[in-house]
Structures are given as structure tokens and as C-alpha cells.
Design a binder for this molecule. Structure first.
Ligand SMILES: Nc1nc2c(c(=O)[nH]1)N[C@H]1C(S)=C(S)[C@@H](COP(=O)(O)O)O[C@H]1N2
Ligand SMILES: [Mo]
Length: 175
């Protein structure tokens, strides 16, 4: 009950925030449950199935959910999930490309932003994953099919549950 009230309040705040911001209004093109849509500044949207995501190299990350036990989360790195979008990586991610970012969008409308460089293992020792498993089992229902896990990040506001879409964008600058 408490969680659903929090969810509704979050949704209202999210909707009013997006009304004010203008450019973030486009809805996430939610595909079937259990699929992930890559869209935005990448040409045509790309739909990935759970099988596609499980076929990528899987990384394990130790994390502790709020009020829960330390757990092993496993799934592909976001940098590998985004590979079909052909974004610059490593030495190519420099200059104007460093203004690229990814908004992770959930089924409940919750959103969190990462700079593309935060996903890049050439930049950081540990990079976020799109977890499909917790302790070897599918995620609990409230986490949906996919959940972002950010190694070492102490607050979990970007550990987006029930991820539906990854929207790729870049800062338009002030001109
Ligand atoms: N889809 C979705 N993911 C979300 C949220 C949300 O409201 N919706 N809240 C975030 C916040 S603020 C926190 S602190 C963590 C809490 O998740 P946990 O209770 O599983 O640790 O989930 C994050 N992921
Ligand atoms: Mo939070």
C-alpha cells in the first residue's frame, strides 16, 4: 500500500516535472513486457528481447537492496546493451561526443539519466549493468524484467526497476 502511494506520488511529480521541461515529454515507446527499446538519437528504434540480453556477456555485481540482504545481481553491461546503437566508445568518446547521455525509462514513468561516459568501461573500473537475475533467479515482480544496478553507488535513485526503454540523446548546448 505504502509502495503504491509512493509510486503514484512519484508518477505525479514525474509528469509535472516533464511538463515543465519540454524536451523530455516524448513518451517511452513501451514494447511488449520483457523487451527493451533503444531509441532517440540513434536512427530507428531497436527492440531487444530477454534472449538477446542473455546472449551478451553477463557481469555479476554485489549490491544490497534497501532493507534487504546483500545480493548478486547479474546481467549485461549497459555499454554492451547499447552496442547495436553504434555509439562512440573508449577513445572515440571525446569532444562533442562527451555530451551524449542516456535516460533510463521505467514502465511506471520513473526516469534516471546517465552520461554515456558513465557506462564506458574505458572510463571507469566498474560500470552499470542491466540486471536480469538476482542470486541466480529472475528478479522479483516489482523489479520487473530488468533493473539497473550501479556498482559502488550509495544512493539507489538510479537503480531503476522495471526498465522499459533507453533513450539516447545529447546536450544541445546553449546556442
Ligand atoms: N521504476 C522505478 N525504479 C525506481 C524507483 C521508482 O520509483 N520507480 N525509485 C528509485 C529510488 S529513489 C530508490 S531509493 C530505489 C529503491 O529501490 P529498493 O527499495 O529496491 O532499494 O529504487 C529506485 N528505482
Ligand atoms: Mo530513493
Amino acid at each position: 500500500m505504502y509502495r503504491s502511494i509512493v509510486g503514484i506520488v512519484t508518477l505525479i511529480l514525474t509528469l509535472s516535472a516533464s511538463d515543465a521541461s519540454g524536451q523530455d515529454r516524448r513518451p517511452c515507446p513501451v514494447a511488449e513486457a520483457g523487451t527493451l527499446v533503444l531509441y532517440g538519437d540513434i536512427g530507428s528504434p531497436i527492440v531487444l528481447t530477454e534472449a538477446d540480453l542473455l546472449a551478451l556477456p553477463q557481469t555479476s555485481v554485489r549490491g544490497t537492496p534497501h532493507g534487504g540482504e546483500p545480493s548478486d545481481y547479474a546481467g549485461p553491461r549497459l555499454e554492451d546493451v547499447l552496442a547495436p546503437a553504434n555509439l562512440p566508445r573508449g577513445p572515440q568518446l571525446r569532444g562533442a561526443e562527451v555530451t551524449r547521455y542516456v535516460v533510463v525509462e521505467a514502465v511506471d514513468g520513473y526516469r534516471a539519466l546517465f552520461a554515456l561516459a558513465e557506462f564506458d568501461s574505458a572510463f571507469r573500473a566498474e560500470v552499470p549493468i542491466l540486471a536480469l537475475r538476482r542470486n541466480g533467479a529472475p528478479l522479483e515482480a516489482e523489479a520487473g524484467h530488468f533493473q539497473i544496478i550501479v556498482p559502488g553507488e550509495m544512493r539507489h535513485a538510479r537503480w531503476v526497476r522495471d526498465v522499459a526503454c533507453l533513450r539516447v540523446a545529447r546536450d544541445p548546448g546553449t546556442n
